[in-house]
Design a binder for this molecule. Structure first.
Ligand code: ATR
Length: 269
């Protein structure tokens, strides 16, 4: 049995062990997947110890994604650009490879739900690590425009500059936001505090989709607000399962079916 885990701090509420157990059962892959709380001051040591104990790979969550990126011997281009790693892979020669699957999870969830990115006018709210991790896969789908709006405008402008060779990306503050958009993705952590970024009434084009990277038993404030203005609303549970499926694929070369796993998780929320 090959060993995998998710590292975080705290890690108690992680759904990753349940998701990967379901993937393993579905595909017949003999893996064990646990949650490990790494010490805040020694993430590298935690990974080394896990490898010494037979670990083959790991997911990485808050607050270790940047540190995980720095420890890797090899990085995928998308992880290098994101400056963050959510998937560690132990290679046959003992080197550690890092990748980031959050953006691929988001893009695959959007595709599964029939949301078209190609040619779409896309607004992304937030300019923190969560947004940095998804911009490259989003831009690869060929949106007509992708605007990043953030409370701190300068962070959004700097982020857009870092990705501008990949597509038509711009950045600014919330005050400059004017619709209509076909897709609005909330990547701020404002939902956690039940807060709503200041947004104009006429944000959504007809048939638009609002996507929140967060999820919960109840719709987020952002999704409620968007639904009241006629947008289709989708929460981030599919992105969570999607990024897990991409990590599983990187480790095992097999793509699990996300649908039954997503349905089971939804019921348990
Ligand atoms: P994460 O890993 O979740 O992206 P982060 O890097 O700390 O965490 O980024 C948090 C993001 O949520 C930022 O874009 C932050 O805006 P600032 O850059 O201006 O700080 C945004 N954010 C957090 N709370 C917010 C709120 N109440 N309203 C609007 N934006 C908020």
């Amino acid at each position: 049995t090959d060993r995998y885990c998710v590292f975080g701090h705290p890690i108690g509420h992680s759904r990753s062990p349940a998701i990967h157990a379901a993937f393993a059962e579905q595909t017949g892959e003999a893996i064990e997947y646990t949650a490990i709380e790494a010490p805040l001051d020694d993430f590298v040591g935690a990974w080394r110890a896990f490898v010494a104990a037979g670990g083959r790979g790991a997911n990485v969550t808050v607050p270790f994604k940047e540190e995980a990126c720095r420890l890797c011997d090899d990085l995928s281009p998308r992880a290098r650009r994101a400056g963050a790693v959510n998937t560690l892979i132990l290679e046959a020669d003992g080197r550690t490879r890092g990748d980031t699957t959050d953006g691929a999870g988001l893009v695959s969830d959007l595709a599964r739900q029939g949301v078209t990115l190609a040619g779409a006018r896309v607004l992304v709210l937030g300019a923190g690590g969560a947004v940095r991790g998804v911009l490259e896969p989003l831009l690869a789908e060929g949106p007509a425009t992708l605007h990043v709006a953030n409370r701190t405008a300068e962070k959004a402008r700097a982020l857009a500059a870092d990705f501008k060779d990949l597509g038509p990306v711009s950045g600014g503050g919330f005050d400059g936001v004017a619709g209509p958009y076909d897709l609005v993705i909330n990547g701020t952590s404002a939902s956690l505090g039940g807060e709503l970024p200041p947004l104009p009434e006429a944000l959504f084009a007809p048939g638009a989709t609002a996507y929140d990277m967060m999820y919960g038993a109840e719709p987020t404030v952002f999704l409620r607000w968007a639904g009241e203005r006629g947008a289709r609303t989708i929460d981030g549970l599919g992105m969570l399962v999607g990024q897990a499926a991409e990590s599983f694929f990187l480790w095992r070369g097999r793509r699990p079916d996300v649908v039954p796993v997503l349905e089971a998780l939804r019921k348990a929320l």
